[in-house]
Ligand binder design. Structure first.
Ligand code: NAP
Length: 284
C-alpha cells in the first residue's frame, strides 16, 4: 500500500519504520524540512516533504500531529486526496477529534495506538514500539466498514492487539488508566514539596525510593501532555477525579475515626482488584 504519515515525530516516525518494514511505501509530511531530511536518513519514509499535496496518491493517511492540529491538518489535506483514501489519526483523546474529523471526510476512522516513551520528535522514533500494544479503533455510525477493516489489518501487522469501541467509551477508559493517574501523581509531588519544614522535606527527598519513584513517575512527565489530556478529555477526567476524591475522603475519614477494620476492608479489596489492570505489560 501507499501510506501517508503527517507528523514525523515519536508516533508518526515509529509507524513509518514498522509499516515500511512490512513492505509499504511511506510518504511522510512534516512541518520542518530538517525533520523530513532526518526521516529519510533514518529510513522512516521513502519520500518526505513539507507539502501536504505530496500525499495525493496514497491509500491511507495517518495524521500524527499534536492533537490540536489533527482536524486543521485534515481540513488542509482533503482537497488533495482521491475520494477512496482513508484518513485516520493517532490522537490520545478521541471524542473531540472524531466529532470534528468525521464530518470533514467520509472515510475517516479514529485510532489510538497505545504505546509511547517519554521522548519526542523524529529522533525518538523506534522500531517495534507497537508490538503487543493495544490499538483502539473508534467506531461511530458514520465509520465505514472498509476503513475499520483496513486499519485493523495494518494495526495487527504492527503486532498490536486491536480493540474497537465508541470514542466516548475510549475517553472514559483512558481517563481512568492514563489521565487520572497523571493528575494524582502530580498532586502527590505537589503535596510533598508543600512540606513547610525544610529538614523534613530534605530527609524525605533522601529517603524516597522505589515506592515514591513508581507513584510519582507519570506526574513528573511532560507538562504539555498533561494539559492536553485535561483540555481534550475534560468531561471524563472530571468524572474520574470526583470519584477519586470521594474515595480519598472515605479513606481519610476511616483513619480520622480510627475505623481500622473499614480501612483494612478497602485495602483487601484493592489488593485483589489490581491484577486485571496490569496483566499485560507494554510501553505506554
Ligand atoms: P511528537 O514526537 O512531538 O511528534 C509530533 C510531530 O508533529 C513533530 O515531530 C512535528 O514535526 C509534527 N508537526 C507538528 N505540527 C505539524 C504540522 N502542522 N504539520 C505537519 N507536522 C507537524 O509527538 P508524538 O508523541 O508523536 O504525538 C503525536 C500524536 O500522537 C499526538 O496526537 C498524541 O496524542 C498521539 N500519541 C502520543 C503518544 C505518546 O506517548 N507520545 C501515544 C499515543 C498517541 P516537526 O519535527 O517537523 O516540527
Amino acid at each position: 500500500m501507499k501510506i501517508g504519515i503527517i507528523g514525523l515525530g515519536l508516533i508518526g516516525g515509529s509507524l513509518g519504520l514498522d509499516l515500511r518494514n512490512c513492505g509499504h511505501i511511506i510518504y511522510g509530511v512534516s512541518r520542518q524540512e530538517k525533520t523530513c531530511q532526518r526521516a529519510l536518513e533514518r529510513g522512516i519514509v521513502d519520500y518526505a516533504s513539507i507539502n501536504i499535496d505530496s500525499l495525493a496518491t496514497v491509500d491511507i493517511v495517518f495524521v500524527c500531529t499534536p492533537i490540536g492540529l489533527i482536524s486543521p491538518t485534515i481540513q488542509k489535506l482533503t482537497p488533495h486526496l482521491k475520494s477512496e483514501t482513508i484518513i485516520t489519526d493517532v490522537g490520545s483523546v478521541k471524542s473531540s477529534v472524531v466529532n470534528e474529523c468525521e464530518v470533514l471526510w467520509t472515510n475517516f476512522v479514529g485510532g489510538h495506538p497505545m504505546a509511547g516513551t517519554a521522548e519526542q520528535g523524529v529522533e525518538a522514533a523506534q522500531k517495534n514500539l507497537f508490538k503487543n500494544a493495544p490499538y483502539v479503533i473508534t467506531v461511530t455510525e458514520k465509520t465505514t466498514k472498509n476503513s475499520i477493516k483496513i486499519l485493523e489489518e495494518l494495526a495487527q501487522s504492527l503486532g498490536c492487539v486491536v480493540h474497537t469501541c465508541s470514542p466516548e467509551i475510549h475517553d472514559q477508559a483512558v481517563a481512568w488508566i492514563s489521565h487520572l493517574p497523571v493528575m494524582i501523581s502530580a498532586s502527590l509531588i505537589a503535596a510533598c514539596v508543600g512540606e513547610k519544614e525544610k529538614t523534613v522535606l530534605e530527609l524525605a527527598q533522601q529517603l524516597a525510593s522505589s515506592g515514591f519513584r513508581d507513584t510519582s513517575r507519570v506526574g513528573g512527565g511532560n507538562p504539555e501532555l498533561g494539559v492536553m489530556m485535561a483540555q481534550y478529555n475534560k468531561t471524563a477526567l472530571l468524572q474520574a477525579l470526583d470519584s477519586y476524591r470521594h474515595q480519598l475522603d472515605q479513606i481519610r475519614e476511616y483513619i480520622y475515626e480510627e475505623r481500622w477494620d473499614s480501612l483494612e476492608e478497602i485495602l483487601i479489596k484493592t489488593q485483589k482488584k489490581r491484577s486485571p489492570f496490569i496483566k499485560t505489560q507494554h510501553n505506554s
